[in-house]
Design a protein around this ligand. Structure first.
Ligand SMILES: Cc1cc2nc3c(=O)[nH]c(=O)nc-3n(C[C@H](O)[C@H](O)[C@H](O)COP(=O)(O)O)c2cc1C
Length: 208
């Protein structure tokens, strides 16, 4: 792939909230991407602690029903005001449910503990490094899904939904949910994005 193609893919990756259920490619293509992420995204000391769970169609719908139910519980308990739930949270969750799929990004701490024990000098770094690697998986898949014609947005309903999600899909209890990437047919453009000056954010020394 040329650098230009990579830059183009990076430019095309945007946050798109209005998503629908018309997939531009087959589910096989989604599986291919997810496997490519797992096989090719790097991790510190090659720990490979990231875990991905792909929910499509009615399984995706189920995830966002779980989120609604979780918030209904919080409203009932008095933790979230009913008006906030009705006017803000519920419309958002319904918007996510209208999409085609969600990729759940997890970390499996079992694969980090061994490295902490083996390399005590770096013991405090393994967790942040695992999160960095997890984020690289998120970025790869966000960019790749949009290059296939999907739109996507990144959400963080963890840790609120961790327990029911683990239960629903019978996942290992120790896996830690880090992020949710919602994707579907793009039904609206990305919003305007204000950029801070590049010169304030990049320094190059020794340039010809
Ligand atoms: C680490 C990270 C966390 C984010 N978390 C959320 C989130 O919880 N909810 C959300 O709607 N957008 C989230 N976003 C999306 C950002 O708001 C968005 O990427 C940013 O405003 C730039 O817009 P763009 O994605 O269109 O380039 C997150 C993005 C990143 C990189």
């Amino acid at each position: 792939m040329s650098a230009e193609a990579l830059i183009q893919a990076a430019q095309n990756r945007r946050t798109i909230y209005q998503l629908g259920k018309n997939a531009p490619v087959s589910d096989d293509k989604i599986e291919e991407l997810v496997n490519a992420a797992i096989l090719n995204v790097p991790s510190s000391f090659n720990t490979q602690s990231t875990r991905l769970v792909v929910l499509l169609k009615e399984e995706h719908d189920r995830l966002w029903d779980i989120a609604v139910k979780t918030f209904e519980g919080l409203v009932a308990a008095g933790t979230v005001p009913e008006q906030v739930f009705k006017n803000q949270t519920l419309p958002k969750l319904q918007m996510f449910k209208a999409a085609y799929g969600t990729i759940l990004f997890f970390e499996d701490p079992a694969h980090i503990q061994g490295f902490k024990d083996k390399f005590p000098t770096f013991k405090d770094h393994f967790e942040p490094w695992a999160d960095h690697s997890n984020a690289m998986h998120q970025y790869f898949l966000w960019t790749a899904l949009e290059s296939l014609g999907f739109g996507a947005n990144l959400q963080h309903y963890n840790p609120l939904i961790n327990e029911p999600v683990t239960k629903q899909w019978n996942l290992p209890a120790e896996w830690r949910l880090v992020a949710q990437l919602v994707f579907g047919s793009p039904e609206a453009q990305a919003g305007e994005k204000v950029q801070k000056p590049v010169e304030e954010r990049v320094k190059i020394f020794g340039r010809q």
